[in-house]
Design a protein around this ligand. Structure first.
Ligand code: CA
Length: 244
């Protein structure tokens, strides 16, 4: 059986830290705690947590700097915690690659639910998934690697998640809101749909998917996107220009 996930709680207020720790422990999580930014980085390096809950208002080193350092180093999922006035921080946090956020005051149950959801999204998917082989394009969710004509393609974490998400159900149309929710873990309205547009654009250019009509990631106008495997014949009715 898998060991319980290890969660690092970074929070300088002992009372808040205790409430979080208690709720997580009750739910079966293993815990590490840190009360400032430097010890948080230390704990990440030493304990390799499965997830970090990161208060952004920290002494010695700001939570955003901690997040930057964590992201420079790896992919551990991070949930940021902000005060009610911390909207700007929250936005920056998500841009820096936080996976979700909670606002103080929060209910411990809500935090635990978010921890479960983020873990499910970031590790559940990767573990269960097998290599997706689309001929020229091969996506390996376990290794988080993509190869195009045998050459590795360098993708950011989000670009990879987006591609793997779309490719996991070839030809299915995903709405932009659905993609924001599932790939970004975003509440409705929290992130602009242009975030998805920009990532699709970058992904297409990395997959050299822009000569003529896009080949792998098709835009479904007014709705969203879908992944189309290479070998598949085009949908009937869409090839009026190439009828024999
Ligand atoms: Ca604080």
């Amino acid at each position: 059986m898998r060991r319980a996930p290890l969660v690092l709680v970074v929070e300088d207020e002992p009372a808040v830290r205790a409430v979080l720790a208690e709720a997580l422990a009750r739910d079966g999580f293993e815990l590490v705690e840190a009360s400032d930014g430097l010890s948080a980085l230390d704990a990440v390096a030493r304990s390799h947590p499965d997830l970090v809950i990161l208060d952004l208002g920290l002494p010695r080193m700001s939570g955003l700097d901690v997040l930057r350092e964590i992201r420079a180093d790896g992919d551990v999922p991070v949930i940021v915690v902000t005060g009610q006035s911390g909207e700007a921080d929250r936005v920056v946090g998500l841009e820096l690659g936080a996976d979700d956020y909670v606002t103080k005051p929060f209910s411990p149950r809500e935090v635990v639910a978010r921890v479960r959801r983020v873990l499910h999204r970031t590790q559940g998917a990767g573990e269960a998934a097998h290599t997706m082989d689309f001929g020229e394009l091969v996506i390996d969710p376990k290794a988080r690697e993509v190869h195009l004509k045998g050459e590795p393609v360098e993708l950011t974490r989000r670009e990879f998640d987006l591609l793997a998400y779309l490719a996991s159900s070839p030809r299915q149309v995903f709405s932009t809101q659905q993609i924001l929710r599932e790939v970004w873990g975003s509440e409705p309205g929290w992130q602009h749909t242009s975030t998805v547009t920009e990532h699709v654009y970058r992904l297409r250019s990395k997959l050299r998917d822009r000569a003529g009509p896009a080949r792998w990631i098709r835009t479904v106008r007014g709705v969203g996107y879908r992944f189309v495997p290479d070998q598949s014949p085009a949908a009937p009715g869409r090839r009026a220009d190439s009828s024999r």
